[in-house]
Design a protein around this ligand. Sequence first.
Ligand code: ADP
Ligand code: MG
Length: 326
Amino acid sequence: PELINQIAAGEVIERPSSVVKELVENSLDAGATRIEVDIEQGGARLIRVRDDGCGIAADELQLAVASHATSKIGSFDDLEHVASMGFRGEALASVSSVARFALTSRAQGQDTAFRIEVDGGKMQAARPAQHPQGSSVEVRDLFYNVPARRKFLRAERTEFAHIDDLLKSLALARRSVEFRLSHNGKPVRILKAARDEGAALQRVAEVLGEEFPQQSLRVDHAAAGLHLSGWVGLPTASRSQADSQYFYVNGRLVRDRIVAHAVRQAYADVLFHGRHAAFVLYLELDPAGVDVNVHPAKHEVRFREQRLVHDFLFRTLHEALAQTRA
Ligand code: ADP
Ligand code: MG
């Protein structure tokens, strides 16, 4: 099983940010309101994710790290949902097979925390530990036992930038959760939970830059079972904002052809340019109207009614942007 886990790891764990993604998504699934991510040496030395979620019961700790150990599939219908968030009970097993791994957790309603360690695929028995309610996962020396992979890690700065980008996209998706990120012991981001519109825009500004609120328009429109909300930035000639384009479908970051086309058309039609405008947009629709399993890692989706979605996005954005010319 060790080799199988390592092979599985190779498919999903490309670099430190892939680990962070899986761990933070687990924390979000656990209902965390506060998630702390501590990184050392771009994640090559340490990735630690701490949350205040529901925790894991002592007798389920080992199981959580075993492969196919998801607690999240209650029925066949759930499969679709679970697949959208991760890869069904493989993340901890995979990560723990390619790093020195520790999981410490105190389950809700319990007064003792427990910790397990996995090193080189060998799992130790759970022993009592100190921890508030919630979980901490520590991943040290990623790929220490897979030299071919370790060799492909980029410069510390580059790997950390990937982690920061990922955290920004998650922080925009889940604005009511507090996120903290540190690198080599220094705080890099502190994003407090945003509970109202003003605080939400504040978080957007922290991620996209303080000038974004002045250069953007609020969008909020619903029709035909589709709801689009968020902020569209006005194109700025000065610098490329292509890195600051966030589009979420039912809470999930998406890079989609249909979406990109509709957005680009709306900008082009009203402002004649805008390929590089920043935006943060949230599309909500009936989950049955979108297939999110096309390729979870590539952020692809497939809308059942592509034309409808495209035209809705185009019209909504067109109308919003047209106000700037009024
Ligand atoms: P999946 O998320 O697909 O279920 P994982 O390997 O990521 O698979 O996690 C395995 C299981 O471990 C989860 O189903 C969950 O029960 C438990 N788990 C992992 N991380 C956490 C966490 N931060 N808080 C609570 N439970 C967790
Ligand atoms: Mg998971």
